[in-house]
Design a protein around this ligand. Sequence first.
Ligand code: SF4
Ligand code: SF4
Length: 459
Amino acid sequence: MSKIKEVIKEENFFDILGKTRNPKGDKILDILNKASRKKGLTLEDVGYLVNTDNPNLIKKMFSTAGKIKREIYGERLVFFAPLYVSSFCVNDCEYCGFHVRNKAPRKKLTIKEVGEQVRILEDMGHKRLLLEFGEHSKKNPIGYVVDVIKTIYKTKSGRGSIRRVNVNIAATTTENYQKLKTAGIGTYQLFQETYHRETYEAMHHGLKADYERQLFAHDRAFAGGIDDVGLGVLFGLYDWQFEVLGLVSHAQYLDKKFGVGPHTFSVPRFQPADTANLELSYRVSEDELLKIIAILRMAVPYTGMIISTRERPEIRAKAFEIGISQTSAASRTSPGGYGMEDTNLEQFHTADHRSVEKVLESIMDQDLLPSFCTACYRSGRTGKKFIELAKPGNIRNFCRPNAILTFKEYLLDYASDSVRKEGERIIQKYLNQIPDKQRKDKTVKRIVRLENGERDLYF
Ligand code: SF4
Ligand code: SF4
């Protein structure tokens, strides 16, 4: 068996999609029942779900997925911000504004500019960043990436600090992953973009065109000591039903091989960018995106799921109800973009332009609990330790108090009066729902310590 087939068996995916067409209602209800037990689903189960068009069954899928999310992670929604560090790239990916054929001027942040961008993000209340770099061994060598990470952790504005740096760099060597690990990264995110090999090869030119290099990058990251990895697909490049099977199959492979499935799934849909306005044959609608999110939540229930500002606020709000556990807010997708009116070259255009405050207001209207938590990574709850807590749903016993404490910090340091008032209501509501009395009392004591000026308290 070829190495690729250990992860992705294309013929098998097509067989599954063929034989699960037009599923009966009873079959879907059985699968939803199975999903409720939070042990995950087989590829065949996923085939039946992606082939479901009945609106009533889709509604049931959404409510099952939403319940699973709440049972594992609780009502919290974790915030992060992307930080685009360099738009220099040697690759020519058809869908990306940073592709080498775009002759627009490029930008790479100096270390001083990294500090300036980080201070702006800290003043917005962010605690968790996702770094984005194009692939360019001369402009963005690993030493530069490491210097950027170190600078971010060192930079403080007022009471602000960045406490977790997740990184998205091109597929690289085990030695380079070791360097990222030593620099203290949280999650290493790398998207396959499309699991369909022929499409992958048509969409990519340059170093990234090597399907196998991309597919096994997470294996090399594990070999380099990184134990939290994120997977993703750029929806719209190929048939979304196939791609969902690809993501689930990749997750099952990592779980089997390393005992640790992916820490996160990302579900971006293609958005046009400067010189990258693709005519898509496989455009994914907003309704299909919501279905994708619900199915992934049921198929791999312990994995966090991220939605970005590529999506409109209305769709993001629906996605928060059915399985999303992390989101960005007020993002800029160009290096140096924060604090600027005219941005440099963007990787893609965003569709949600609201401030952090506005996004917080709307998620509080949904009775969700905003979180700026980074506690697991800093308490050594990564890799297997994290998954062992997440699989049985015990992680929410950490998520809720930590969300309360980090949101309280936000309210004290950054919020307007109206957000503070509504935030206190949400905090009180979920404080009352901490089931363990001891944990609840400790949370109350820590809230008082925050009010008295301490920061960075977590479980
Ligand atoms: Fe470069 Fe990544 Fe854009 Fe491809 S997707 S052109 S590798 S920045
Ligand atoms: Fe994430 Fe862990 Fe914090 Fe929960 S407790 S929000 S899983 S870092």
